[in-house]
Ligand binder design. Structure first.
Ligand code: GLP
Length: 264
């Protein structure tokens, strides 16, 4: 894991956006894995700005989102499909037909999960996967106890996740307790993963992911097995890490090396 600790949420978003921009510049036909939640919004704004400025293009890109509420169609304002259109797709030069979100209104969700996996495989796999993290360590909607090799499937949300996400739903509005989510095994197959976390309320989950044991109780700890996982966090989210100074030292050395390589 590469642990990058930055001052604040804005710097985290900028760092993450640069990784995605470089990916698109190196491979315009990239397959992107995308995420929802409040954390990636600032990164999406940066990508929109770069696209508007002509620095990057999404015209040959395919995207796959991590998850969706089961029971919400894509035109529902709280669906993740709607979120992605609003926060990113409607503002960039992407062909929406190349953007995929698990279908929350699938007649047969079991078949839909298999089809989603097949579609990712047919696209050549995900080149780079963006992730947030839940306070309980979930990635996508892989809640604690999720199998570390799990595939795209229907998952029941924990009460903690339902409560955390209740802020997006009006008081009397139906809030799903089920989801379709890429599995942890699916996520681990992405060639690169970039996880963003900001704020003190993520500090326990970040600690468990980085310094805790590999365990289903913290699904994000599975990223310890990934060969190219970049964890980009602000100081508040990093505040419970025991080896903080070591990670900062490694990253400073890493930056020096990158600067040297750039002069070759
Ligand atoms: C939801 C999403 C996750 C996301 C998490 C954290 O549960 N399914 O993919 O990482 O929320 O969201 P936030 O960034 O708003 O804290």
């Amino acid at each position: 894991m590469q642990i990058v600790i930055l001052n604040d949420a804005a710097t985290v978003a900028a760092y993450g956006a640069n990784i995605f921009a470089t990916q698109l510049q190196n491979k315009p036909t990239s397959v992107l894995g995308l995420a929802t939640g409040s954390t990636p919004v600032a990164l999406y704004q940066q990508l929109i700005a770069k696209n508007t400025a002509g620095e990057i293009s999404f015209s040959h890109v395919t995207t796959f989102n991590l998850d969706e509420y089961l029971g919400l169609a894509g035109d529902h304002p709280q669906s993740y499909r709607y979120f992605m259109n609003e926060q990113l797709f409607s503002h960039i030069d992407i062909n929406k037909e190349n953007t995929f979100v698990p279908p929350g209104d699938a007649v047969n969700p079991i078949t839909a999960c298999k089809e989603y996996e097949d579609r990712i495989t047919a696209a050549g796999g995900v080149d780079i996967q963006l992730l947030g993290i839940g306070r309980n360590g979930h990635i996508g909607f892989n809640e604690p106890s999720s199998g570390l090799c799990s595939r795209t499937r229907v998952k029941t949300l924990t009460k903690a996740t339902v409560d955390d996400n209740a802020r997006f739903f009006a008081g009397d509005e139906y809030q799903p307790h089920l989801s379709i989510t890429m599995g942890i095994g699916t996520i681990l197959e992405a060639k690169k993963v970039v996880l963003l976390a900001t704020g003190e309320n993520k500090a326990d989950a970040v600690y468990a992911m980085v310094e805790g044991p590999l365990m289903a109780k913290c699904p994000a700890s599975a990223l310890q097995l990934h060969k190219d996982a970049v964890i980009v966090i602000d100081k508040a989210a990093a505040s419970k890490l025991e080896d903080l100074e070591f990670y900062q030292h490694i990253e400073a050395e890493n930056q020096k090396l990158q600067a040297q390589l750039a002069t070759l």
